[in-house]
Design a protein around this ligand. Structure first.
Ligand code: F6R
Length: 364
């Protein structure tokens, strides 16, 4: 049932090109984004005053990416909340605030309760969910399914990628309705989205190189992931992927925050994974890389083809193909998932069933 793969996790990583295609294609019609199941009028979309995203774990991380995308593309303010925090603090929602819950399983207790509360407050709720007919899908007013198929490995991979696609589509739709995305720009964004599956395929072709690299870090004690903006959002997920299956302590930081405390933890050969795909903050992240390197860090950089100058400051580089700046996380996540996977394999761990973790957290 693992289809010739050693673990479900690596099988599911290989399913990502298909997952992206299956989540994307049904919602693109005549060079436009058409999310039928959304059932929102243009007036309703224009009236959204704020978006509130509630989720846990990796699903929360897709929400962090979505915040950057929605705010920049559609100019709608976004708050991202950890569901277990939202539900216990008497949260404040605006009248026209759209609440989006994200969940692979559709059964996460805290996320489900957050949706119930939002509904009780009279807000419109939309669930981005992978499991058809799950509790969260039934609780929310509207559902947008991620068509990733069953995900078995406890560490999420393909559902995460599908959630990103769902968010991009929503942001594009909202931006268009609100008059912020012209026809040509829409076309070019759609073209870039359509290229993602083959670009992911390309990245998967490099897995042996990543495995070799990962084997050098099986004894690592601490790892830090850094990035700015959308690159920070992917750092959160890269760090979680590594720690949950390899049991290596790992943290993600907005790169500019490092010098406010954490940089004192950097020692000789501490691995710092720096994600630098965003042109507007590239130079800033490079200067953070230099700060870490000066203190002895071993630098792994994840950047876009064309940024070869990064080799002057990084010890090892993983390149991703060119795409629109909004979509880089869909590519950058691939080497980071592979890295976490191969470190865990290198340590001989039960990759699909990390200790203490359950696939779906139905109790708080
Ligand atoms: C990490 C992981 C978890 C889930 C989280 C939410 O790899 O899988 O962090 O993302 O438990 O689960 P769902 O998406 O089912 O609500």
């Amino acid at each position: 049932e693992k289809g010739g793969y050693d673990h479900f996790m690596i099988k599911e990583i290989h399913e990502e090109p298909k997952t992206v295609r299956d989540t994307l294609n049904p919602r693109i019609k005549n060079d436009k984004v058409d999310i039928e199941e959304l059932g929102m009028t243009d007036e309703e979309i224009k009236a959204i005053s704020r978006i509130r995203i509630v989720a846990c774990g990796s699903a929360y991380h897709t929400g962090v990416t979505a915040k950057y995308v929605f705010e920049e593309m559609a100019r709608i303010p976004v708050e991202v909340d950890i569901a277990s925090e939202f539900r216990y603090r008497n949260p404040i929602l605006q009248d026209n605030e759209l609440v989006i819950a994200v969940s692979q399983s559709g059964e996460t207790a805290d996320t489900k309760e957050a949706v119930r509360m939002a509904r009780a407050m009279g807000n419109m709720t939309l669930a981005i969910v992978n499991v058809v007919g799950s509790s969260i899908a039934r609780e929310a007013e509207k559902v947008m399914y991620t068509w990733a198929g069953p995900e078995i490995s406890v560490a999420t991979t393909k559902a995460y990628s599908a959630q990103l696609i769902a968010f991009y589509l929503l942001a594009m739709k909202f931006a268009e309705v609100r008059g912020l995305l012209g026809e040509d720009e829409m076309k070019s964004l759609i073209q870039d989205l359509k290229k993602l599956p083959e670009q992911i395929e390309m990245l998967l072709g490099n897995k042996e190189r990543i495995q070799k690299f990962a084997n050098r870090f099986v004894a690592a004690k601490d790892v830090f992931f850094i990035g700015r903006g959308i690159d920070y959002a992917i750092s959160l997920e890269g760090s979680l992927k590594l720690k949950e299956i390899s049991y290596i302590h790992s943290e993600a930081y907005a790169a500019g925050e490092l010098k406010h405390g954490t940089i004192s933890l950097i020692e000789d050969n501490t691995l710092v994974a720096a994600v630098a795909t965003q042109d507007n903050v590239y130079a800033k992240t490079v200067s953070n890389i230099v700060e870490c390197k000066t203190r002895g860090a071993f630098i792994l950089a994840v950047t876009t083809i064309g940024n070869e100058d990064i080799e002057k400051v990084a010890d090892y580089v993983m390149y991703i193909p060119q795409t629109n700046r909004y979509f880089t996380n869909s590519l950058a996540i691939i080497p980071l998932q592979l890295f976490g996977y191969y470190v865990s394999v290198g340590k001989g761990f039960d990759v699909d069933h990390p200790r203490n973790l359950a696939k779906s957290v139905t109790v708080e």
